[in-house]
Structure formats: C-alpha cells, structure tokens
Ligand binder design. Structure first.
Ligand SMILES: Cc1cc2nc3c(=O)[nH]c(=O)nc-3n(C[C@H](O)[C@H](O)[C@H](O)COP(=O)(O)OP(=O)(O)OC[C@H]3O[C@@H](n4cnc5c(N)ncnc54)[C@H](O)[C@@H]3O)c2cc1C
Ligand SMILES: Cc1cc2nc3c(=O)[nH]c(=O)nc-3n(C[C@H](O)[C@H](O)[C@H](O)COP(=O)(O)O)c2cc1C
Ligand code: SF4
Length: 659
C-alpha cells in the first residue's frame, strides 16, 4: 500500500485490465502532424513522456472518426487512414513500455468543424458560428440535419476507428460525448430540434451515442475497454443539466460502457468554455467532482472526474470517500509529467504547479505547437530525450531573480555548472511577487514558491540585496553572465499621467484608492486588474483606445487565443466591469479622465483614481551596462522582450541548456 496516498495509488481493475493507479492522462490533441496528417515522433514522445511520469492511462486526443468531420483549417489525425497504423502501433507500444495503458479518443465534431466546399452536418438545420481562436475570426456555415444514412455511416466509422485502435495495441477508446461534439450536440435540447427518432425525448437525443457504443462493442468484442467523456451540464445556464446526464450515463451503462469521466461545458456556449477548461480565475479544485459523485451514485462502472484537479490530497480524499474512482488530469501533467511519480513518493514540494493560465490551450488546442508557461520542455520532448551534461564546468553569474533568472539558475546548476544568482531586492521572485497579490493569481505564488524551493535544493549560491554591476562582474570573474533584469513600466505621454498610479506600484504598495476606479489600458494586465477591483466590490471601468480587449494590437505575445479571451470576457461580464472601447485618454485630472471617442468627441469620466496599465519596456540600460563585462553574455526574459512567465521561463531554460 502506498504510504502517502493509499487510495490514489491503489490499482483499479476494469474487466481484464489492471491500472497501476487512479491517475489518467486526459486527452490532448496532437499538433505538428505530418503533411499527410500522420503522427510524428514528437507526438509519440509527448505521450510516452506522460506515461513515463507514472500515469495509469495516457490518451491520444482528438482522433477524427469520419470524413464528415474532417477539416483543412485544424488538422487532426484521421482514424480511417490505414497509413496511421504504423504510428498508432508505435505510440501504443511507447506508452506501454512505461507501464501505462494507451487510450485513443474518438471524436466527431459535427456542426462545429465546417468547411466551405462540402455539406456540413449537425443535429439540426441551422447556421453555426464557430471561432476557433486561430486568428481567422468567426467561421459561419449552414448546417444540415444529419440524415439517417450519414448517421449510420458515422456510427460505423466509430466502430471501425475503435477496431483500428485495438488492432494497433490500444487498451481502450475514449468516446467523446461531451464538450459540444457530435454526441452531445444530439443530446442538447438547444441544438437538437429533430422530430425523428433522434430528437425530442432524452432517450431519442441519446440514441446516437448508444448506437456508437453498441457498434464499438460489435467491432471490438467484450473485453476491449470503452470509456466515455461527458459534460455533466452543457452551458452555464442553458442546455442539458445534471439530471439529464445521470439518465444519459445510466443508458450508457446499460449499453456496456466501461468507465465514464465527467467533464463540463460545451464549445458552443462561449461562457461555458471556462467550465471545460477552468481558467486562472477559477481557484477551486476539481470543479466537476461533486457532479461526478452524484452520477456515480446511480452507476456500477468506475466514474472519474476531470477538470482542475491538481492537488493529490484532494484526489485522494475524493477516492477515499467513494465520490469517484479515478481522476483525469490534462494540464497538471503538462506542467509536470512526473506528477504521479512525485506524488507516489510523497515529494509534493517538487511538483511543478500549473498556473491554469491556458497558454497550452492556445498552443496545443489550436494550430501552434504545444507550449507551457512552467514546463519549457513540453512539446519539445524529443529534443531533450538525450540531453547530457556539459563537458566543461563554467562559472555562471545570473543577474536577476525573477522567473527567467531562477529557471536559468536551476537548469545551469542541474547541468553541473557553478551558479551564482544575484538579486538586487531582498527576496527572489521578481515581478511574480507583485502580480501574485491579485486575489485570483494565487497559482503564481505557488509557482514562485516552487521555484524558490528548487533553488534551495540546488547548488545555486543566492546573493540577495546584490545588484549586478560591471564592477561586481569583475570581482566574481564568471565565464558567463545571464542578465534577467526585467523591465520597467511605460509612462505614456498623456497630460497629467503623474496623477495616476502605475499598475505595478498599485500591486506593490496596495494604497487606498477609493471606490470608483478607471483602468487605463485594456491589455491582459489592465483587464485582470479591473476584474480584481470589481471582486473587491469597487466600480471598475476599463478605458481602451482600440476596439478589443486583450487581443489584436493589445496582444504582444504569440499564442494568445480565444480561450483566454473567453475567460477574460466571462469574468468581465460576471463582475460587472464596465468596458469602454475605442476610447482614447487624453488627460488625467484630479477628478478622473478626459477621453475622446472614435469621432473625436470629448468624454469626461469621473473617478477616485486612475490605474495606468500601459505596458512594460525592457531594462535596456542595465543590459547595455553589463554586456561588455564578459565575453559570454545572454539577456533573457522581460529585459530581452517584455512577455509572460512563459517566455521568461523558456528563455531561462534554453539559455542554460546551451551553456
Ligand atoms: C501587471 C502585470 C501583470 C502580469 N501578469 C502576468 C500573468 O498573469 N501571467 C504571466 O505569465 N505573466 C504576467 N506578467 C508578466 C510577467 O510578470 C513577466 O513577464 C515576468 O515576470 C518576467 O520575468 P523576468 O524574470 O524576465 O523579470 P522580472 O520578473 O521583472 O524579474 C527581474 C528581476 O531582476 C532584478 N534586477 C534588476 N536589475 C538587477 C541587477 N542589476 N542585479 C540584480 N538583480 C536585478 C529585479 O529586482 C527583479 O527581481 C504580468 C506583468 C505585469 C506588469
Ligand atoms: C493542450 C490541451 C489539449 C487538449 N486537447 C483535448 C483533446 O484533444 N480532446 C479532449 O477531449 N480534450 C482536450 N483537452 C481538454 C483536457 O483533456 C481537459 O478536459 C481539460 O484541460 C480540463 O482538465 P485540466 O484542468 O486537468 O486541464 C485539451 C486540453 C489541453 C490543455
Ligand atoms: S500552459 Fe499554463 S495552464 Fe497550461 S499546463 Fe502550463 S501552466 Fe498549466
């Protein structure tokens, strides 16, 4: 029995299959397929890495089952393409070689994946608008009610796809019946307006899912595992609800489903994407666990919960109390694939925490390579498979103890270099120390504390209250200097700007600012600050000169996508933050702000205080002063280009890997 988490690390037997523990890797769709939409070695290494970290089952996400769901603008693996078999076989083998089982998620996107030059089928006739968040805006297409012969074709395709998975060595398939894909479109009383045997009653709306389960069983035999993924409720307020899902799951059990993992939300309702993909605003753990527990009461098959599960204590408690049988994790295992092994050995302080920043979703879910704010290896797993120690030990001086400097110091010391990390402040953390004061950014604090622990465990020599200067470099005589000295706020040339408070100073000093606040600048930082103010009960208004929040010209970072914007807008609306777009601030006064609208008309806005969220500029002066003190010099993070924790950490990692 595991001494730390006896329930989480107890085996689970389903039919003839034994899982080594109760942690399943949640499906993650593959990017960087070959031109022929075949998996490549990168994809295999990515999932093998999940398995190596100790998960019991690892799932290849988003395998499309039928040509009627194929799209050109977001390439997916096609189950019907026999030439995928080599890679499927290799992938299943690679996962199994690490002691995990392999699962393949079967998806038909129905009305959501549409194309210009073909008939686009969905549950009913309608016009669908779908924003994939890939920069091409909203795709709008006519959807045709899927006729019976196409339903039969699609159902058969699910069966064939499952058979291919089995043939190639996968233990299970995961039938995606949630998140607004085809089975849940049929289940939806909002989207399904049919009058035939597939519409109307819950039983009719669930029919296609039951036909799929029956067909997979017919193709794959009694012992092959079929797991389903459902959304226990469809939208924040609309669509099917928990009572419907309980009945739906009971029907699935009658049709021989083996396991059910419970998620939430539908891509169809923008305000519910945060249910499927909880964001940094959602600070609770395992937001679907209670619904899963309610569903489990009515079933005999194992039930899991997915979504925002990050704490092994929480997972242990839920399983111990019989609420659920297993947990399914996506981002926790992206942030740290070794999470299961670390938890199994009680090394919780070494688990690299996920920020729920959704950066991976813009990369991994859309058409960019997968990336992560805290795990710079992810998506590049193959590159680091054979990483080796440096031949020559160097003396490395890192200037600046923000995320860039800390990551650089950790990696350089892990690779055997002698590392001195100097921070001019009296503590490590850099800007993270400031921004973590925002109530919903507690995960940034958790991550900062993790980095500090890793520094403490390493051989890095930390010197606080130590400003790196050319003179100090002369004294230390390093072989390499890595400058990670951050940036400073941009002060725009607006009359009266000195009457405002800079956002960084506001977080740092937490002064009394009154109740009615104007936030100048609708980039990410400004919007989040306004939401934070509203959460404190203040009246918050964002003044933004462009026509969008945190997007378009306001998004300097590659890979910001619709899910992050959805999360922002959902919380802007939920907290009654006022947004004034196309509004240019021309003066800050003692009473508030003078602005101009698009037509140049003046608007007077009253406020107790203006917070200026007008961006960060790199500390070029410091970098320039240090640059010539040593031959080997690198500058990283915000002092290279202001960005995010993700860009800072990645540059810290890459720079030290190349020493
Ligand atoms: C308001 C706001 C909100 C933000 N919110 C988020 C968010 O939610 N998520 C996200 O990913 N990113 C966010 N960011 C961006 C993120 O904080 C930065 O991109 C990141 O901190 C940059 O890391 P860094 O290590 O390069 O610099 P910093 O974090 O700025 O660290 C630089 C360090 O260098 C030290 N230093 C400076 N000069 C010297 C010297 N000569 N010698 C020694 N030490 C020196 C400084 O004291 C500081 O500790 C936000 C930024 C702002 C302004
Ligand atoms: C990068 C990334 C890719 C994903 N791809 C898929 C996918 O292909 N199929 C799917 O059903 N869910 C996908 N998801 C959703 C996750 O499986 C999971 O349901 C969701 O992220 C919530 O779980 P978490 O809080 O543990 O991340 C993806 C999530 C991420 C972060
Ligand atoms: S990118 Fe952000 S949300 Fe995704 S796994 Fe990494 S830390 Fe978590």
């Amino acid at each position: 029995m595991n001494p730390y988490f006896p329930n989480l690390f107890s085996p689970m037997k389903v039919k003839k299959t034994v899982f080594r523990n109760r942690i399943f890797g949640s499906p993650t769709g593959m990017k960087e397929l070959t031109d022929h939409r075949h998996l490549c070695i990168k994809n295999i290494d990515f999932l093998q890495r999940r398995a190596q970290g100790g998960a019991a089952m690892v799932c290849l996400g988003d395998v499309i089952v039928d040509e009627t769901s194929d799209i050109s603008w977001n390439p997916k693996v096609r189950s019907w393409d026999r030439e995928n078999e080599f890679a499927f076989y290799d992938m299943a083998g690679a996962i199994e070689s690490q002691g995990a089982h392999a699962s393949m998620e079967l998806v038909h996107a129905g009305m959501h994946f549409h194309e210009d030059d073909r008939i686009n089928y969905g549950p009913s006739d309608m016009v669908d608008e779908f924003d994939q968040g890939d920069g091409y805006g909203i795709r709008r297409h006519k959807i045709i009610e899927m006729p019976r012969e196409i339903i039969d074709q699609v159902v058969d395709s699910y069966g064939k796809a499952a058979f291919r998975a089995k043939h190639c060595g996968f233990t299970a398939v995961l039938l995606h019946a949630g998140h607004g894909w085809l089975p849940s479109q049929f289940l939806s009383p909002v989207l399904n307006r049919r009058t035939d045997e597939f519409g109307g009653s819950l039983e009719n709306r669930a029919r296609i899912t039951m036909m799929i389960i029956d067909k997979i069983r017919e193709y794959c035999g009694p012992n092959f595992l079929i797991e389903a993924r459902i959304s226990w409720k469809e939208g924040m307020y609309e669509g099917y609800q928990l009572e419907d899902s309980i009945e739906f799951c009971k029907m699935m059990e009658e049709h021989g489903i083996d396991m059910i993992q419970v998620s939430c939300g539908s891509l169809h309702f923008h305000d519910s994407t945060v249910l499927s993909f909880p964001s940094w605003f959602d600070v609770d753990e395992g937001h679907n666990a209670e619904a899963a527990a309610e569903i489990k009461k009515h079933l005999h098959v194992p039930v899991g919960t997915v979504g925002a599960v990050t704490d092994p204590n929480f997972a242990e408690k839920c399983i111990k109390e019989g609420m659920i049988d297993y947990v399914v994790m996506a981002r926790a295992l992206i942030a740290d694939p070794d999470y299961p092994k670390k938890a199994m050995h009680g090394k919780l302080d070494e688990i690299r925490p996920c920020l729920r920043c959704m950066s991976c979703l813009t990369g991994g879910y859309y058409n960019l390579p997968l990336h992560c704010s805290v795990n710079p290896q992810i998506g590049r797993d193959s590159d680091y498979k054979f990483a080796f120690l440096p031949a020559e030990k160097k003396r490395v001086l890192v200037a600046g103890g923000g995320p860039a400097g800390m990551e650089a110091a950790i990696i350089a010391s892990e690779r055997g270099h002698e590392v001195i990390l100097c921070e001019k402040a009296d503590c490590l953390g850099g800007l993270m120390r400031v921004i973590e004061k925002e109530s919903f950014k507690i995960r940034i604090r958790t991550y900062r504390e993790y980095l500090e622990r890793m520094i403490a465990k390493s051989t890095v020599e930390v010197r606080l209250n130590t400003e790196v200067t050319p003179e100090l470099i002369q004294t230390i005589q390093p072989d390499v200097v890595i400058a990670a000295v951050g940036g400073h706020p941009i002060i725009p040339p607006i009359k009266g700007i000195e009457k405002s408070i800079q956002i960084v100073d506001y977080y740092k000093e937490q002064p009394e600012i009154g109740e009615n606040i104007l936030v100048l600048g609708g980039g990410f930082a400004g919007v989040e600050c306004a939401i934070g103010l509203a959460l404190e009960g203040k009246k918050a208004t964002i003044v933004e000169m462009s026509d969008a929040l945190a997007s378009g010209p306001n998004t300097p970072y590659p890979g910001t996508g619709a899910m992050q914007i959805d999360a922002l807008w959902t919380n802007v609306k939920k907290n009654n933050v006022e947004v004034m777009l196309n509004t240019k601030c021309v003066e800050i006064t003692d009473e508030g702000m003078i602005c101009e609208d698009k037509e140049g008309k003046q608007i007077l806005l009253k406020a107790d205080k203006v917070i200026a969220a007008t961006g960060i500029a790199p500390n070029e002066d410091i970098v320039d002063a240090l640059r010539d003190s040593v031959i080997d010099f690198a500058w990283i993070g915000d002092c290279y280009q202001p960005g995010l924790i993700r860009t800072a950490v990645r540059q810290g990692y890459d720079t030290s890997l190349n020493l």
